[in-house]
Design a protein. Structure first.
Length: 427
């Protein structure tokens, strides 16, 4: 009805448990800025506005354009007497936009799984990318790594090139499907460090080199918001001597006075939300800041996630030596704003006490565990205790990030946000 697949647009389809949003963003950046193509990018969920999901040449679509696309989708649905879901509608809006604009490439991040995902209407992508495989969404994708891999392998189509990230396993599932469909398979190099960003960069680089062997570029600093997004208190955004981009802008005179005592503190925003992602977050924290910093965590999680294994992975001591544990000053549990699937923070505290490895005993200063129902209060409390030795880590769910950024002053004057929360309230 919409004619969106009768198009000359070339597709790169990206699936995986973790890293697919980052890899998609890196690929789109390289295609546009290094190779000169016009590029559409569809990702999910979003941080501040649903329009972040549909990006053309690095810019989110306007409200007027979103309205036009939504009306087109609604009209087509009415004529066919079907009712697409919220995610299906947004995916169709993206496909329609990229078709109407005639972009050279559209980089499409799968939403959930692969085989049955709404984005899997692409007849044949130029490249099918699998970033990583780990346990997540088991109630939809099956209880095992094998079942999850088989579902995600569903984006592989006849004759397309398949690219597998370093953390994809069992690789045989993807290799077998590729062989059945006459697809060449390429493997991303395993980075020398256990860095999520390095792994995602390696995967994106091999995609770009496949599309154009002459590609040269640097993708290390390219990543979506809230993927180990790091801010250094007291560092100017133009201070090129710091490897930590950005600054925290005080929103009141009281905040400004407090910030004078916080120069040197670091804030990390990361949407890690499953055990593998929490493990990698911990690894990145240790790799970037060491174990001797004073860590404060603000954590909110969504229902359906493995809370116990996630906290276990974050706090896990790597050996029997107590010096291997992170020095955690406090853990603050809260809930995402307006989230239908939010886990009550009191339940998270109970989970912390049952992680089974005594990792929670690494909390110093009186085992400082706090609960705030309002995420704004949680972030304000966390910031109030920072000093030059502090690392504040805000993690666990997309629903926490927009409010955290607002409270911390990490928003521009033209910051786009929805009047109501437009992320999925349930799957």
């Amino acid at each position: 009805k919409l004619g969106i697949l009768d198009t000359k647009v070339k597709f790169v389809h990206v699936a995986g448990t973790n890293g697919k949003g980052s890899v998609s963003t890196k690929i789109a950046h390289g295609l546009q800025h290094d190779l000169g193509y016009s590029v559409g990018l569809f990702t999910s969920p979003h941080i501040s506005t649903y329009r972040e999901r549909i990006v053309e040449d690095g810019k989110i679509i306007s409200e007027a354009r979103a309205d036009l696309l939504a009306n087109e989708i609604a009209s087509a649905a009415d004529s066919l007497r079907v009712q697409p879901t919220y995610f299906e509608s947004l995916a169709l809006m993206a496909f329609l936009e990229f078709h109407l604009r005639g972009v050279d490439f559209a980089v499409i991040e799968a939403g959930l799984g692969g085989r049955d995902d709404a984005t899997n209407i692409i007849p044949k992508p130029e490249v099918a990318v699998i970033t990583s495989i780990a346990l997540d969404h088991t109630e939809y994708l099956g209880p095992t790594i094998h079942s999850i891999a088989e579902n995600k392998a569903g984006i592989i189509k006849q004759g397309c090139t398949v690219i597998l990230g370093p953390s994809v396993y069992p690789k045989q599932i993807f290799s077998d499907r590729a062989t059945d469909l006459s697809c060449p398979v390429l493997f991303a190099d395993t980075p020398t460090t256990d860095s999520v960003n390095a792994e995602n960069t390696s995967t994106a680089e091999i995609v770009l080199k496949h599309i154009d062997p002459k590609w040269k570029g640097s993708l290390q600093m390219v990543r979506p918001p809230c993927r180990f997004e790091t801010f250094h208190l007291g560092t100017s955004i133009n201070d090129t001597s710091s490897s930590l981009p950005g600054k925290l802008r005080p929103q009141s005179s009281e905040d400004s006075e407090s910030a004078c005592n916080q120069n040197g503190a670091v804030v990390v925003l990361d949407v890690a939300h499953n055990p593998d992602a929490f493990r990698r977050l911990r690894s990145d924290l240790v790799g970037n800041f060491g174990k001797e910093k004073n860590y404060t965590f603000v954590i909110a999680m969504s229902r359906g996630k493995d809370m116990q294994d996630s906290l276990n992975a974050l706090l896990k001591e790597e050996s029997t030596e107590s010096s291997s544990a992170l020095r955690i000053r406090s853990m603050i549990f809260t809930q995402g704003q307006n989230e239908g699937r939010a886990v009550n923070p009191v339940e998270l505290v109970a989970t912390l006490g049952s992680t089974g490895n005594n990792a929670h005993k690494s909390l110093e200063y009186g085992n400082n565990v706090l609960v705030f129902e309002d995420p704004s209060d949680a972030v304000r409390n966390a910031r109030s205790s920072l000093d030059s030795t502090s690392v504040l880590v805000i993690c666990g769910t997309f629903f926490l990030m927009n409010k955290a950024k607002e409270v911390l002053g990490l928003v521009d004057d033209d910051h786009a946000t929805d009047s109501i929360d437009m992320n999925e309230q349930k799957l």
